[in-house]
Design a protein around this ligand. Structure first.
Ligand SMILES: Cc1cc2nc3c(=O)[nH]c(=O)nc-3n(C[C@H](O)[C@H](O)[C@H](O)COP(=O)(O)O)c2cc1C
Length: 167
């Protein structure tokens, strides 16, 4: 068996080939808004409507979601690369909300009005694994905007998705 420390670099190379839609995960705790760019996000099931997001324990979003706060998965449009950059370390805290049109979900957490879709979740459960936690949310609200043209992260960079055409 290949030791884990050797598999890591190979896994990184493999994951460069896994094209992922870029999202901004948003939440709010004690009246303070939080935002974080993410790609380790997935649909879980339609019944019950549920989503999951994997968050590094070192990210400022982690203690927020650990409180059981609701969260929103904002799927970015290809034109929103700058927002992905500011929400992945360039800006900190509330400054991440300086651009973009933000609205409030019924639970009070922020969602991005111009996102391709904003999927608002209530905290359902969480699971710790190594450096990360998986937060599972029950979907309580969905907002859609514009034509389908998501921002994609692949091979260490941002790009657009290209449809092959429908047959
Ligand atoms: C394209 C992209 C995808 C990312 N995906 C994730 C992710 O799925 N989970 C995660 O914890 N961090 C992810 N990150 C890193 C976080 O965005 C970054 O660590 C975080 O915003 C730093 O947060 P802090 O300054 O608020 O602690 C990603 C970064 C980029 C650029």
């Amino acid at each position: 068996m290949v030791p884990e420390q050797l598999i890591g670099p190979e896994l990184r190379l493999a994951l460069r080939r896994l094209a992922k839609a870029v999202v901004i995960v948003t939440s709010k705790h004690d009246g303070v808004r939080h935002a974080m760019a993410a790609t380790a996000v997935s649909e879980l099931s339609i019944d019950p409507p549920s989503m999951l997001v994997c968050v590094n324990k070192s990210a400022s979003m982690h203690p927020v979601l650990t409180t059981g706060a609701p969260f929103c998965i904002n799927i970015l449009h290809v034109s929103q690369e700058a927002m992905a950059r500011s929400c992945s370390g360039v800006l900190k805290g509330e400054a991440r909300f300086e651009t973009g049109r933000w609205a409030q979900a019924r639970s009070g957490i922020p969602y991005l009005l111009d996102a391709q879709a904003a999927i608002v979740c209530d905290h359902a459960t969480a699971l710790e694994f190594g450096t990360h936690s998986i937060f599972i949310g029950r979907v309580v609200e969905v907002h859609l905007a514009g034509e389908i043209d998501p921002l994609i992260y692949m091979d260490g960079g941002y790009c657009a998705a290209q449809a092959l055409g429908k047959s």
